[in-house]
Design a protein around this ligand. Sequence first.
Ligand code: Z5A
Length: 221
Amino acid sequence: MTRGKFITLEGGEGVGKTTNVAFIKDYLEQHNIAVVVTREPGGTQLAEKIRQLLLDTQSEAVSEQAELLLMFAARAQHIKHVIEPALVHGKWVLCDRFTDATYAYQGGGRNMKVSSIQWLENWVQGPLKPDLTLLLDAPVEIGMARVKKRGAVDRFESEKINFFESVRRAYLLQAELYPERIKLIKANQPLADVQRAIADVIRILLGLSSGLTSPRHGGLK
Ligand code: Z5A
């Protein structure tokens, strides 16, 4: 059986990851592809419990090392019980955040050593990497304004603006380092335009397009 493809969505707060996961799922299903939708941190019973611990604003101060290790503990469960089995059975996996988020939040936001993240990535993931990562990028204040409309904020969302600027810079650095895998989508445009840009990229992965992107959509770098 042909192995499925692994697609991840990344970006800062409120850039539209969750909204567009639903769009991509529908798009792939219209092309008769079986899709497993999941998220990080989370995706299994245990990993969702770890997510609650990580997002909880009431808990004791979380050390940076504990935060990093919990992210990878959740990821280890997720890979073993959800991601790998789906890919092996030919399903495509669509994941809301993955290891690029660790480089962005723990590396960029918390200033943790990239070499520690790389070591954990190699140890936990082995050769597993996404086939495609869509990085939705928008100025921090735009994403935060969208999220604030939702009301209560979690432990990460309570951080200061500098933290999110560092996260954004670290994401953009990841995109520069891995241009073949990470496709940058401008997220501060109307949703219909964001989704046209995403569809352009997905079509390439499906082998349905030459890879030319309409400049009108201006989404793919
Ligand atoms: N984290 C970490 O630190 N390290 C790691 O390794 C991992 C994660 C994996 C949980 O993530 C936290 O975990 C996250 C990083 C950390 N920290 N935070 N904060 P999460 O994915 O659950 O949380 P999130 O990033 O805050 O997701 P979000 O706030 O739900 O944002 P989103 O999914 O990107 O946005 P959305 O819900 O799709 O859209 C937000 C609103 O904007 C909504 O009303 C939409 O209708 C609207 N929207 C979307 N697109 C548009 C456009 N184009 N125009 C206008 N309005 C739009």
